[in-house]
Write a protein that binds this ligand. Sequence first.
Ligand SMILES: [Zn+2]
Length: 358
Amino acid sequence: MHDWQSFESAYPLLGRSLRMAKHAGRLGHSHLVVSSNAAIRNRFPTLLAQLAVCLDPLPDGAPCGHCETCSLLENGLYPDLFLLAPTSKSRQITIGLSEDEPDTLRNFESMFHLSSSAPGGWKIGVIQDCDTMNENAQNAFLKTLEEPPRNCLFILTTGHPASLLPTIRSRCQILSLTDNVCKYDMETFSAMPDLLMKLTFASKGDLVAGEECAAGLIDILGSLGSMAEATVQARWDERLKAAENLESAAMKLIEKRMDGETGCEYLRLREEFLSILHTWFAQVALVSEGTPLELLPNPEVVRVWLDTDPRPSIPADEAARMLGEAENLVRVLNTNVNDELAVRAFALSVAIDTGVQG
Ligand SMILES: [Zn+2]
């Protein structure tokens, strides 16, 4: 989805209606981009902002992609684009104590009181993964949505629209960019299947083995922050090189964008880690209950198990118990607990010998 045309060929109805709305001067001021795909949540706000502020739109209303504002947006240098994203540390957007506290809603909102310095005069506010705003922050932002400042465009993104206050959802035009195919990127998490295989089938009653699996999983979880940094760094590498001679204010803009993207990328990786772990035990439970292999929704996750000859098995009720433990771990890790303790407790509860014979 590198430009408007490729977006529109993937989402023809939505693309056309946005374009026509812009053409007729009816483009809304607040949009909520809903997609389970983090890459789309990351990319689409730029395209939507280009649609809104392009200085030289095509005859059909589509953004040109080359004019001054389109280029500034593309390169992260549009002076009045303000980005709010969860910080990777707290995984939350809070309201903040004062306007000076960075990465808070108060700080973000204060940007819209200043006059615009962008060509065309539009201010753009992007809140990435806005479901990570706590309730205070959501309530405060609601007031802004109810009486938006002039010439402002707000673009919110979420993969979990149900976590938003209904009043926030109803104040935004919802742009649903759904992506039904859920396949896992097992290359990034290539160490997980072996650990989960060992935990599921070889650690029964062997708490040392359980402990080793826990240590492996904790290692992966602990490396997600630097993985997120590396991904975002690579994404911006070329533009950073091109920006080498820029003044420091411009570099700051880019660094802010990269910070925000790193927070979102970290959350995405963490979600994927938990999802793979959960999916592993869900697939094992399905097979243990007799589901034919060709009907497994995510065979890519359990490939190492499916390809083992002879394939080890566990009784269905034991598989169901493990799945319950995995569900519990996902729930616990979504609150602010110590990751390490939670994963260790989980691995040991899976490894414990419950007396069920395989
Ligand atoms: Zn343009």
